[in-house]
Design a protein around this ligand. Structure first.
Ligand code: MOS
Length: 757
């Protein structure tokens, strides 16, 4: 197998010393902008057929009839896969062995559980023939009424939310706290269903060779995908070879293998030839996850000094009728603001929808927009500046657990972002600022926070006789720049210049790098890389310090340091020798070392670990038409050690733009009669285009958190959304005097009674 990307090619920057901390450009950037990067759907193995899904146009019921004959009679159509002829599976796709095994629709029967569910697969010689064949199936349905909306079914308290956290949690007495308060607010906010809409649709190119599978498909978690596929087909995981060198975005929708991807594998099995299956955009609105809608009610009480006496955050959400994923929106109130009493609770309904899943900052994004709006409302109810109010309620320890956490850094984020933005000149009251064109101008802020998570990963390091190095881990780059950042960690771990290190990733044949999700990939796989480097250097040091012919003889493993392809004595850096000399004398062509990355349980027990930030937003609102434009965003973020400031800043920009998207653009609209999504396309499902993106500035605040991991790495992928969405909403209030209650904020929500008042 040849990997498309090796980090030996075209070193963009010559540099000396530490690779970590350098603003290197993306090593895959050249391949991407020249079109040389091969994405999954770009593969065409010999003899390949095209598979196209036929999907349900109803939300609930059963498929009564399909015109399979018509489809099969169409020129070029090779086969139609339905529940009747679908190859057998070794495991029930409705089985759930653990909470992260999500149920898949793999043509197990004629039931329809949500719109856009797969009901057949047409396989043909050309994409056109397969597409036309799928249209000829003309399904007839027995339709049942769709259960739609947060009031569309009976609510219940789920057993767990998010990754299995309790649905209901509290500390202190919230009711007593509210009663004793001088000022109280209560507010309800609604957030819509959102869909990931990664630029690259889910795609799979698959070839069977006996019991061995060769797969090209985008995946945020190769080992998990490999395990799930192996289980479904009853084959050994090592017989499943998945290549995922490039992902055109994932945002959580490629975290676990989806039903359509497995249908591609089944189709190849059925016809005995390689098959390509690519989802059309509208087919991504159902079987690959989404962000669940929420309705959140916050109650806050404040004393005479503006200190919180109670914080109550309730979130209602929705899941599918057949699986469990519950957006942990209220948990956002666990980690930010100090209050003697905090209560969070969730309830949910089951709707005729695809199962919601993790989507960029799951829980924090939805919860934070409500929490930050409510905090803003509370500040103004107390007659206080929202920044002053946040500092008054600053948490020195994690509010819900009382665990110590890195609190200094957030103060610095507030200070730097406020100063850069010019917050001090903001009038307290709304509707007081207009620009030269007469547009209502408003300034708002939000606090950003996201947990510093780690999962499990492994890496393998090799030093070769020519003095070069190799680092391997099955990591994924979904656009965030992971391959570049990991190569930087690898170079430092091996004591080599980055162009002397061959860094390989993106394949399930490499050591398990865990999941590129939860903003934990750099910390987790990065620590595995770091430790693999240390392991191979330790072996090299053994070879040198144990050999009388080496100038390092007797220095001991601890007594040497690795730098620039040499080992040196710590006590006398004039004494050293090159990796190549050490290996040559030992008669070895290469040596290897292995490393793991994982959270430290003792430290997890003792410390709370979060990244923090503060975001300030300026909006301008047309006084006649209510049209909202974000004109300026300034964010400051503290997220531990920065591996590559250029890539980190870019991650913050992406998050902040997503925050604008959450506040003003994104919404999947469900037809209440049919249960179908009406805007399942990128024309009507709005995401920000360049014209919607304001001036965005992201400040990198230095933070040294010794408790997260040896490298001090936290995540940067998701945090940018969390402060920004609320900041935009609060700026809209400050411009107009109208408090946004549902998202995205609509013109018609502004043009109410308060508007003309
Ligand atoms: Mo994500 S929702 O951490 O891929």
């Amino acid at each position: 197998m040849t990997l498309e990307l090796s980090l030996n090619q075209q070193p963009a920057h010559a540099r000396q010393g530490s690779s970590i901390g350098q603003p290197l450009t993306r090593r895959d950037g050249f391949l991407k902008v020249t079109g040389a990067a091969r994405y999954a759907a770009d593969n065409h193995p010999p003899g390949m057929l095209y598979a196209v899904l036929a999907v349900s146009s109803i939300a609930r019921g059963r498929v009564a009839a399909l015109d399979i004959e018509a489809a099969k009679a169409h020129q070029g159509v090779v086969e139609v896969m339905t529940p009747k002829n679908r190859p057998a599976l070794a495991a029930d796709p409705d089985a759930k062995d653990h909470p992260f095994m999500f149920r898949l629709d793999l043509l197990q029967n004629d039931q329809v559980r949500y719109p856009n569910q797969s009901i057949a697969v047409v396989i043909a010689e050309t994409l056109e023939a397969a597409t036309e064949g799928a249209a000829l199936l003309s399904p007839r349905y027995e339709v049942l009424p769709a259960r739609v909306g947060l009031d569309g079914a009976e609510s219940f308290v789920p057993r767990g939310v998010g990754v299995g956290g309790p649905a209901v949690q509290h500390k202190g007495d919230v009711e007593a706290g509210l009663k004793s308060a001088k000022t109280r607010i209560e507010a309800t906010y609604e957030t819509p269903a959102q869909y990931h809409n990664a630029m690259e649709p889910h795609a799979i190119v698959v070839a069977w060779d006996g019991d061995t599978l060769s797969i090209d498909t985008p995946s945020q978690g190769l080992a998990m995908a490999q395990g799930r596929i192996a289980g479904l087909f009853g084959i050994a995981p090592e017989n499943v070879h998945i290549r995922s060198p490039f992902l055109g975005g994932g945002f959580g929708s490629k975290g676990m293998i989806s039903g359509p991807q497995v249908l591609g594998i089944l189709a190849a099995r059925l016809v005995g030839r390689p098959v390509k299956l690519v989802l059309r955009r509208e087919q991504m609105y159902g079987p690959v996850g989404h962000r669940a809608p929420t309705r959140q009610t916050l109650r806050m009480g404040m004393d005479g000094e503006g200190r919180l006496t109670a914080l109550d955050h309730h979130a209602k959400t929705a899941s599918s009728t057949f699986d469990d994923f519950f957006e942990p929106a209220a948990d956002a109130s666990h980690t930010l603001y100090a209050s003697p009493a905090i209560a969070t609770s969730h309830d949910a309904v089951r709707l005729d929808t695809g199962t919601p899943l993790f989507m960029r900052a799951p829980g924090e994004a939805t919860g934070s927009i409500a929490l930050e709006s409510a905090i803003d409302e509370a500040a103004h109810a107390c007659g206080m500046d929202p920044l002053e109010f946040r500092l008054r309620n600053y948490a020195e320890v994690e509010p819900m657990t009382g665990k110590p956490f890195s609190s200094k850094a957030l103060r610095e984020c507030y200070r730097q972002a406020a100063e850069t933005f010019g917050w001090a000149s903001r009038p307290l009251q709304p509707r007081l600022m207009r620009d030269a064109d007469g547009f209502l101008t408003g300034w708002g802020m939000g606090t950003a926070t996201f947990p510093a998570l780690m999962f499990q990963a492994e890496a393998r390091a090799v030093l070769r006789a020519d003095g070069s190095g190799l680092m391997e881990t099955g990591a994924q780059d979904m656009g965030q720049g992971a391959w570049t950042a990991f190569a930087q960690i690898a170079a430092d771990g091996l004591g080599l210049d980055i162009d002397q290190v061959d860094f390989r990733a993106g394949s399930s044949d490499l050591p398990n790098a865990g999941i590129a999700g939860g903003s934990g990939h750099t910390a987790t796989a990065g620590m595995a890389i770091h430790n693999a480097g240390a392991a191979v250097i330790a072996r090299l040091a053994d070879l040198a310090t144990g050999n009388e012919a080496s100038p390092l003889f007797g220095a001991g493993n601890e007594g040497v340091l690795a730098r620039g392809g040499h080992l040196y004595r710590r006590d006398d850096e004039s004494r050293g020798e090159s990796y190549a000399e050490i290996l040559k004398r030992a008669g070895l062509t290469e040596i290897e070392g292995h490393g793991k990355g994982a959270p430290d349980p003792a430290s997890q027990e003792t410390y709370a670990k979060h990244a923090h930030g503060a975001v300030f937003a300026e909006v301008k609102v047309d006084p006649d038409f209510g049209q909202i434009r974000v004109t300026r965003l300034v964010g400051a973020f503290a997220a531990g050690r920065v591996i590559n400031p250029r890539l980190v800043r870019s991650q913050y920009y992406g998050g902040m733009i997503w925050g604008v998207s959450f506040a003003l653009h994104e919404e999947a609209i469900t037809d209440r009669r049919s249960g179908r999504i009406q805007n399942a396309n990128l024309a009507e499902y709005h995401v920000p285009v360049n014209a919607d993106v304001p001036s965005v500035e992201a400040l990198l605040v230095h933070e040294d958190d010794p408790h997260v991991n040896a490298l001090g790495i936290k995540g940067v992928g998701e945090i940018g959304i969390t402060g920004t969405a609320g900041a935009v909403a609060n700026a809209v209030w400050h411009a107009t005097g109208v408090r946004p209650r549902r998202f995205p904020i609509r013109i018609e929500d502004l043009l109410g009674e308060e508007w003309s008042a």
